[in-house]
Structures are given as C-alpha cells and as structure tokens.
Design a protein around this ligand. Structure first.
Ligand code: FES
Length: 902
C-alpha cells in the first residue's frame, strides 16, 4: 500500500487489523500519542487530507493514498505553524501529552470554528490546563515575555521544552524505538474482589506462538513492600507482593506474560486457567470495621487487623481543649456527614516502563514516575540487588497528579528482564488505569461545629473514615493530611478521630490535595451551614475564625510543629474573591423559572511539603561555551518545575534561562531527590537550585577575583561575564582559565524541607441550577491564591487553572461506579467523564501579594491546594440556589434532580 506521511511517500503493509495510531508510531512518528485507544481523548489526532481524525479509530489501511500529517509534519521549511507558535506564546500546555492532538485539531479551525470551541474541541481532552490557555492560543492571545538576562524570576517565560512539545519531538516514556529484541508485557488481572488462588494452569497460554514466559506469584521474590513512594518507607505498610496468591480487589495483578508482540501476550492472558477459592468480601469501610467482617490482611492480632477493629490499617486520634465543654458553650451547633467520591487521576500518559540491560550488566529502567530515586531503592530491595546496578530515569512524563507516586509498572518489567534476559516494555491500557491504578481515597467525614451567637467557634469535632481499598499505600499519610485541615480555624476545643480502613476495593493513593481535599470539602460545607444557622454571612463567619499570622498552627494535636507562616495572604485571598463575587461579572442566569441562581465560597490552607522527610539536591557547572549545566533530581510531570528551576538559577547568576540547560530525574546523572509530590518541586528542589546557583555565583567570583587585587565582594556575575567596574571577564574565558588552573567550576548543594511554609486559596462561584433537569451551569468562577512571589505568572496561573478544572470535574462530572461484586462499570474516559472544553468556565484568577520568607526567592507551593476549595464552593452555591444541601459528591444532574423532586 502507498502512504504519504508528512510529505514522505513510501510503501508499507500494515498488520491485519492494525490501527493507524500504532502503524504511525511503529514508523517512528512518536508525536502520535496513546491516551485511550477508544477515540475519547484525541491525543492520537492526525490530519488526513487536512481533516483531523482520531488515528486510534482509523484502520491503518484507510490511511493509504491519503495525505497524512502528524504533528512532526505541521511546521514547514523550519517555520512553526502559527498554531504551534500560539501554543508557545500562551503557555498552553503543562505535561504536553495532549498538545500534538490539540494543535493539529486547532490548526484546521476557521473563524467559525474558533467562535464555537466547546463544539469543535469536544474530541480533544486535556487533564492539566483547564483549557483557558488553549482557548487563548487558538485566539492568538499570548502573554509570554522575552527571556532577558537578570530578569528571570517573575517573568512569564516560555517553557524551555515548549518547542519540542509543540513539534512532537519531546520524548515521553515509550517515545523511543524499542530495542530490537524487546518483549511486550501484558497482565492478567483478578476478576474477583477477594479470592485465594488454588491452581494456575499455563500450558495453553505458553503454547501461543511468541510467548516467552508467564510469571505468577510462585515466580516472584516473596517480599512484602508498598507501592507508595515516600522518603520514609515506614509511613506506608508493607502489605503487597509483586504477584500474590490472594486477590483482594477486582483488577489486581494475577499473572504477567511476556511475548514477542502485545497481541500474543494478550491472547496468552486470556488462555491462563485459574482456580479460585472465593472469599467473603467487604467494600464499605464502616462494615469492614465490624467485628465479624472479612479480614483482608491477617497480621496475627486478635482482630486479624492491625488495631482493635478489623481492617483498620491506622487510626489517628487527637484532642485539644475539651470539645464537650466547647459544645456546651455554643449557641448553635451544626452537625452532618459529608462524603467525597473516588476519583481517578487520568494523566493522559498511562503507567509505562521499559527495562533493559547494558553490556556492563547494569539494568536501566526508563519510566513514567514522579519518584525515580525511590523506585530505584525499592527495586533494589525487591530483587536483592545493589542500587548502583540499577539506573532509573524519566525523560518527559505525561502528567501524574500523584498517581505516579507509586511503583506500578517498573517491578514487573525488571522481573521479566531478569527472568528472560531480554528487554521488557509494558504500557497500561486506559481500562487498567481505571480498574487497577490508585485513586483518590474516598472519605466520609462527620463534622460537628459549635459557635456562639457572634460566630465565635467554640468546638470542632470530626470523625473521618478513609477507604484505602485493598492495600495501604498512602493510607496513613493521607489520613494525617485530612486531619491537618482543622488547623485552618481557631477554636480552643478540637477533636478528631480518623480511620484508614482496608476494603476489597481498588487501592487509594496520592492525589493532588492528598487527603486535605476530602476534609476541606466537609469542613467548608459545614462552615456554610453553620453560618446559615447563625444567620451570618458565610465569608464573615470565616473571617471571624480563620487562623491569624501570629497564631500557632494547631490542628488536633498539641506539641511543636515545623509548619510556619513564611507569609500570610489569606485575608487578601478572601477579600479579592468576595469583591469579584459582588461584581456579578461573568454569565447571566439563563432565562426561565426553572433556573435558580446561587453563590458559594470556600477556603483552604496547605502546608508546602509533607510532614515526613523530603530532600533534594542540585549540581551546576560552567560549560566551555560560557553557559551552564544544571542537574536536579526532581521529575517534571507538567508542573513546570524545570522552567521554575531555570528561572531561579538564572536570576541568581544574572543570566537568561536559555543560558542554562537542565536535566532532571535520572539516578545516574542528577543528585538525589525524594520525588515530585506534596508541592515540593518549588519549595525543596527549588531551594536546592537556589543554594546551588548561589554557590556557583560565589565560586565564579572567587575565581575571577583571584590575583586581581580586588576583593570578591566588589565583583558580580551578570549575563555572560564576571564583572568589576569596567573589567568584564567573559565566562568562556573564565572557563578556559579554570581548566588551566585546575579549579573546577562545578558545585552542588542540597536542601531539606523544614520549616514548611503555608499557602492559601479562596474560591468563589456563582452558578445556576436547572430545577427540572438537575443541570448545573457555572456563571462565574473566581480563585485567589497566596503562593508567595510568582516566579512565572503565566505558569502559576496555568497551575491554578488546571487544579480548578480538576476541582470542577470532581464536583460535577467524574464518577467511578461499581457493581455488587466490586467490578468497575465505567472504566472508559467516555463514561468516567473528565471535563472537556465545554464543561469548564473561564476563571478569574488572582494572586495575593506576598513574599515568603521561607520559600525560594519568596515563592511557595502553587498547584496542589487550588483544587481543595472548588467542590465545597460549588456545594455551597447549589444550596444557596436551591435551598437543598447535597452533602455527597459528585453533583451530577440525576442526583440533583432526584433530591429536588423527592
Ligand atoms: Fe494537556 Fe497535560 S497538557 S494533558
């Protein structure tokens, strides 16, 4: 068959049944991405004869005799297509995994299409940006500033990887030609929520041509570990085997097949025969704590669990003051149970890894991870290896949001490599992401708050139950984070009891907001309801009770904490959102009596960084051409850390950011870093970069000043030289001299997270509810964030927009549904429903004017906490509109309709 791809003509025969997406990728066009293989996400979009198509839905033979354009072919004669340039100028991507498809689709738009993006962009999903910057790019709006020496910090500079992203040359995990002898992995997963395997027969599966090996629980090291990635491994329970003979949720790994092709591996998975002894199941954490509940992990205690109640992995209790006395003092008491739903991260790049061995016997793992260094440590432990024999690294990660703070693919690839001696690659399907990857922990929070007539809170009490699912990865840390939320409000009396409970559900894990989102939802709804009881304005009630900058930060525990106000902008956040809400900017309520309007408000505060250990390092070196090389261990997953790190370093050495190249997240080539999570990319890795750049600057000055007769304090580094008065020593010459004098211009510094500063967010929403259909329409959406100094305003705004978009998804659209056997009913993007362009409003985003004295160059954490106040603000607005409280997420039309009409 004859093909023309990006102007190149050739003949090829696709495999029988092959889709155009895999055909093009096999030819090396890696700009064609896989997000779902079901036509839902648009990451695989290509142009055929100038029209956009989802290439995963097009049989490869239908591409014959057509002009196919992938993102790599959109630029002509070395000049970017205007839409590519627009995406650069507007900073319209974060991880960039959707960008190729977005640009190709948008490149076909005429003015009419541009005027109706909700319709014309419905086939392209983005999980990171919230779509506003994409909207801007399509309309030619951009705010990127020029890269000027000495003015890096505080400028809206373009993402340094932008050109590679918009042209499709950025290499995500599996965007490289696989080794010629690679084996493909596929995994058989449990159809039962709780079962013991009594027999596995592999004969028929092994007979499938091309199958190299099948691994079951009998083939793996019998070592317990946790898939969670934390600096301190003791914060998560070691309750997992690589492969086990007990299945504890539908979707758990049961057997792994490696074969010459994915097809052969899939067929073999279907032919593995398994006998099960079915065990009793429990899905509800409250029932799982009952005395006779089935026990998931028998640890030998009298209850079979790890505490006094069965299946409770960890319980946390605390009280300050005396809540009983506090409630006696109260004039009004509000009490209610709120619950939040399970949520999937839906990073568009699924979990995936490639493992191979080099001639020197070392193992290399190219992976999509937020924490490659801890992955290396964990692999070394599991396989009894020295860490130095393992090289783990990322190149470009297609989103994470906490989902890749787990080791979910690397171990089986290494197992396959060790068993067969051949490279192994494994890419999860979107369906596996839904059934088997970690999710946000569903939590149920019972809140009781008492206050005096003037609004002064006298007591806060809560009971939090977290459903950690079949394994305890992140269970304890998210539960602790959920209880930290109660430090936002002053009260002399606070008490909380928290339980993280095993059930036969898919495991919970880290997710943007990390436990605090769940209880922020409950607490901020409760504050609104308390205000109603007291007949007070809900914003005034908050103002009266929020923690003040001179306060100690106290949740439910006494004793010292390393959390500290490096800056305080909560008051500004509240003022700005209140003022914007009063303006009634935005859309008007649709006409008709069936539409009712309401407004809602919520706030959050979050410590920048986890309470447990977190550390990071950076190195910086002067290169022969007078530019710098910066190495940082942290992963870039679309959170903008590489841009921010270059800006921090450039600001200190007075250069442009394009004078600094950067590498990150590579256990061979960068210093250690705990991982990219808990908002540490700026506050820990960024701090390491600042310290390193300062050391570089000082070393350059020290060297240049030697023998000059002028003391170092009178020299400075700027742009491309070390300068004193009219004397300019160019950095290229400084480098040459340093070589001659054997004075290496290379430095390293490390940073450790303590103390931890605090960031704040306030969110306001005005919305309309259709009483006849249950539909919710956002009319105005406002968020103000206190993230300290804005290192890159365009990027900071993008992080907030993205988090707010995910917040609306959680509140209004996303749902994971299960049948009575614990099987997920909607494991597709189409039916799970992350927000599309049409679903999200354009937000008004504001920032408090603060400079943090703890964070690097005044900055603090950005994108994590912004999700927290969205869902409670929506809930509060829905009650304001309808007079009915909806305490359980999500607020889908059917739920709203049902409750309004019963
Ligand atoms: Fe769109 Fe990440 S930038 S999915």
């Amino acid at each position: 068959m004859n093909y023309t791809v990006n102007g190149k003509k050739f003949s090829a025969e696709p495999d029988a049944g092959q889709c155009l997406r895999t055909f093009l990728r096999d030819l090396g066009w890696y700009g064609v991405k896989k997000g779902c293989d079901a036509g839902d996400c648009g990451a695989c979009t290509v142009l055929m004869d100038g029209k956009p198509f989802h290439s995963c839905l097009v049989p490869a033979f239908r591409g014959a005799n057509r002009e196919i354009t992938t993102i790599e072919g959109l630029a002509k004669d070395g000049k970017l297509h205007p839409m590519q340039q627009n995406f650069l100028n507007a900073g319209s991507f974060q991880c960039g995994y959707c960008t190729a498809g977005m640009i190709l689709t948008a490149s076909t738009f005429d003015d009419e299409a541009k005027a109706d993006l909700p319709h014309h962009l419905k086939g392209n999903l983005c999980r990171c940006t919230g779509y506003r910057s994409i909207d801007d790019a399509i309309h030619g709006i951009g705010e990127a500033e020029e890269d000027v020496a000495g003015k890096a910090a505080g400028s809206s500079l373009r993402n340094p990887f932008g050109p590679a992203i918009v042209t499709g040359h950025a290499r995500y995990t599996l965007d490289i030609p696989p080794p010629t002898d690679v084996l493909h992995m596929k995994v058989l997963r449990s159809p039962h929520a709780h079962a013991r395997i009594t027999a596995i027969r592999k004969d028929k599966a092994l007979a499938v041509p091309g199958v190299a090996a099948i691994f079951t629980w009998e083939d793996v090291p019998r070592r317990l570990y946790t898939t969670a990635l934390h600096e301190d491994h003791l914060v998560d329970p070691d309750d997992t085997y690589i492969l086990d003979n007990v299945m504890r949720f539908v979707g758990q790994r049961l057997a792994a097949v490696v074969a010459e092709t994915e097809g052969a591996a899939e067929e073999a998975c279907r032919l593995i025969e398994v006998d099960y002894e079915l065990l009793p199941t429990v899905f509800d954490p409250e029932l799982a704590m009952e005395p006779n509940a089935p026990v998931l992990h028998d640890r030998g205690s009298s209850s079979g669990g790890m505490g006094p109640k069965p299946n409770v992995y960890v319980d946390i209790h605390g009280e300050i003051g005396n809540v009983e006395a506090g409630f006696k003092e109260a004039d009004a008491i509000h009490e209610r149970t709120y619950s939040v739903s399970r949520m999937q991260h839906v990073h568009l790049e699924c979990h995936q890894s490639l493992a191979w061995k080099s001639d020197d016997g070392r193992i290399h793992v190219r992976t999509s991870s937020q924490a490659p260094f801890i992955t290396q440590t964990k692999l070394a432990y599991l396989f009894g290896m020295y860490a130095r024999d393992l090289h783990v690294f990322t190149e470009r990660v297609g989103g994470g949001f906490g989902g890749k703070q787990e080791m979910l693919s690397e171990d089986l690839c290494v197992l396959g490599l060790l068993k067969t001696g051949r490279p192994v690659m494994w890419e999860w399907t979107r369906g596996e992401q839904f059934t088997s990857a970690s999710t946000r922990h569903p939590m149920t929070t019972h809140v009781k708050i008492g206050a005096k007539k003037d609004g002064t809170i006298t007591a806060i009490q809560a009971r939090v139950v977290s459903n950690t699912g079949a394994y305890g990865n992140h269970a304890g840390e998210t539960l602790a984070a959920s209880l930290g939320v109660f430090s936002l409000y002053r009260s002399p009396n606070k008490k909380a009891d928290g339980y993280a409970v095993y059930t036969n559900m898919v495991p919970g894990g880290g997710f943007r907001g990390y436990g605090s989102s769940q209880t922020t939802y409950a607490m901020e709804c409760a504050m609104d309801e308390l205000a109603r009881l007291l007949k007070m304005d809900p914003i005034d009630l908050r103002r009266k009770n929020v923690v003040q900058p001179t306060d100690r930060i106290v949740s439910i525990w006494e004793g010292p904490s390393d959390a500290s106000f490096g800056s305080y902008g909560l008051d500004q956040c509240m003022d700005k959102v209140e003022e914007a809400l009063k303006s009634k900017r935005g859309l008007k309520k649709p006409a008709g009596d069936e539409w009712v309007e309401g407004k809602g408000f919520a706030i959050t505060m979050l410590e920048s960084g986890p309470p447990t250990e977190h550390r990071s390092g950076a190195t910086m070196a002067l290169k022969p051409d007078g530019t710098y090389h910066l190495a940082v261990g942290t992963s870039e997953m679309g959170n903008g850390t590489t841009t921010a790190h270059k800006q921090l370093a450039a600001q200190i050495v007075g250069s442009r950011i394009d004078q600094i190249d950067i590498i990150n997240a590579d256990t061979d080539q960068t210093p250690y870093d705990t991982g990219t999570f808990a908002s540490t990319g700026t506050v820990v890795a960024g701090k390491a970069v600042v310290l390193t750049a300062e050391a570089m600057r000082d070393r350059l000055i020290e060297f240049a000043a030697r023998g000059s007769g002028v003391e170092p304090a009178k020299w400075k580094v700027e742009h491309d030289a070390v300068v004193h008065g009219h004397t300019r020593k160019k950095l290229v010459d400084v480098y040459k001299d340093s070589v001659k004098q054997n004075w290496p211009l290379e430095v390293m510094r490390k940073a450790y997270l303590s103390p931890r500063t605090i960031a704040f967010n306030a969110h306001g929403v005005r919305l309309a509810v259709n009483r006849m259909t249950g539909e919710v329409m956002i009319l105005q959406s406002i968020q103000c964030a206190d993230i300290g100094r804005l290192l890159n305003p365009m990027q900071c705004r993008g992080q907030i927009e993205g988090a707010v978009g995910q917040g609306y998804g959680w509140a209004l659209y996303e749902h994971m549904d299960y049948d009575a056997s614990g099987t997920m009913l909607n494991p597709t993007l189409r039916n799970y429903r992350i927000p599309a362009f049409a679903d999200l409003p354009r937000n008004e985003i504001y920032f408090a004017d603060t400079y943090d004295k703890i964070g690097p160059l005044g900055a603090k954490s950005q994108g994590e906490a912004a999700i927290n106040p969205v869902a409670p603000a929506v809930a509060n607005a829905i009650e304001d509109a309808t007079g009915v409280r909806f305490p359980h997420l999500p607020f889908t039309p059917d739920r709203i309709f049902d409750k309004l009409h019963t």
